[in-house]
Write a protein that binds this ligand. Structure first.
Ligand SMILES: Cc1ncc(C[n+]2csc(CCOP(=O)(O)OP(=O)(O)O)c2C)c(N)n1
Length: 376
């Protein structure tokens, strides 16, 4: 039986090398204010921090462009459905950039910015939503599992994977993304409990984007989601999810903590879903313009732009390069989407079993003949 020492060793702040992460009076970690000012405790090498900030900004900007293009493609009838990640780019890019490329990610269904950062391209991201495949990509080369639409199921998949990694003696950490709504699923509690009991090398990363379709977080839980960590025995962190540097710092710290055998962590990143739940949703039915405006003022990209301006980390040339790259990505997204065609239905017979048995072959031939009997 494994026993777990619940006395939390302190985490190390990657920007200062000191233990502990700065907390604001609200109790969360925020390193950059919404108007772009850096926390005085961040005394990292400014050049290195500037380079990191530019990289993270590029990841967020590209993700937003892909997201916008996919939204337009859905409105033009080229995708059946799309779930926008607009507003959540800092939570996703800050966290995925903070872990190693071989740390295994189990996403939900809205993690386009994290997926793009890992190198998953537009065709793979869109094929499922165009309705031409059940899922998008081969997880192995990206260490990034396919999207999971059954809420919170990926927390169990991730926990199982992490227990396997632990038994292999590997130092991989497993990160799983989920929403505030998914946090209410029994699967989420079961996963956190079994992960904590076994000191699984994991980070449970909750993007609390304030809404689960039309259900606000306040109707979902009486206590903040990160506080549940204490009940399960997880390292718990609360971060401003629209502050990419804070998300990066917190995720780096808890990942190092988990990698060193100290057990799993939960991070609650407070953010906002700027779009509808999906392209089938009309959010004006349940939320106010004032709320939207308040969050627009906390836009994660605008915050980094203000920071880079204030610190002298960006100039017209840099912003122009990113704009050109984003436009190219949008063109590629459109091109690759339009080129995605439905598979031949007869392929269903070819891709289930390695050796097609006689009965199945007969059924396939009958299906092909039946289909050929139609004029068109
Ligand atoms: C087990 C299960 N129950 C219900 C649903 C229907 N459903 C899809 S998304 C969603 C809301 C999820 O909200 P949240 O977890 O906060 O994530 P978000 O969509 O806001 O990113 C619901 C209820 C589902 N997909 N799976």
């Amino acid at each position: 039986m494994t026993t777990v020492d619940l006395a939390d060793p302190p985490v190390t702040n990657p920007f200062t090398g000191t233990t502990g992460l700065p907390r604001t009076s609200e109790g969360w970690t925020q390193l950059v204010t919404p108007d772009g000012r850096l926390h005085p405790e961040v005394d990292a090498d400014r050049d290195a921090l500037g380079r990191l900030t530019r990289d993270l900004y590029r990841g967020m900007r590209l993700a937003r462009r892909l997201d916008d293009e996919a939204f337009a493609l859905q409105r033009q009838g080229e995708l059946g459905l799309w779930l926008q990640c607009r507003g959540q780019e800092a939570a996703q890019v800050g966290s995925v950039a903070a872990v190693r490329a071989d740390d295994y990610v189990f996403p939900s269904y809205r993690e386009h910015a994290a997926a793009l950062w890992r190198g998953i391209g537009p065709a793979d991201l869109l094929r499922q939503w165009r309705g031409v495949a059940h899922s998008g990509w081969d997880p192995e080369p990206y260490a990034f599992h396919i999207y999971t639409l059954v809420l919170a199921a990926q927390l169990l998949h991730a926990t199982g994977y992490a227990l396997g990694v632990q038994r292999d003696g590997s130092d991989t950490v497993v990160v799983t993304y989920f929403g505030d709504g998914a946090a209410s699923e029994g699967d989420a509690s079961e996963a956190m409990n079994i992960a904590a009991v076994n000191a699984a090398p994991m980070v449970f990363f909750c993007q609390n984007n304030q809404w689960a379709i039309s259900t606000p977080t306040a109707s979902q839980t009486r206590t903040p989601i990160h506080r549940r960590g204490a009940g399960f025995g997880l390292r718990s962190e609360w971060v401003d999810g629209n502050d990419v540097l804070a998300v990066y710092a917190v995720t780096s710290a808890v990942t190092a903590h988990a990698r060193s055998g100290n057990g799993p962590a939960i991070v609650e990143a407070t953010t906002y879903r700027m779009g509808g739940h999906s392209t089938s949703d009309d959010p004006t039915r349940y939320r106010t313009d004032d709320e939207l405006e308040a969050w627009r003022a906390r836009d994660p990209l605008a915050r980094v732009e203000a920071l880079m301006r204030a610190e002298g980390w960006s100039d017209e040339a840099f912003l122009g390069e990113i704009q050109a790259e984003a436009d190219e990505l949008a063109d590629r997204t459109r091109r690759e989407c339009l080129a995605l065609t439905a598979p031949d239905l007869a392929d269903a017979f070819a891709t289930v079993l390695a050796d097609v048995p006689p009965l199945l072959r007969e059924e396939r031939d009958a299906f092909v003949d039946y289909r050929a009997s139609f004029l068109d």
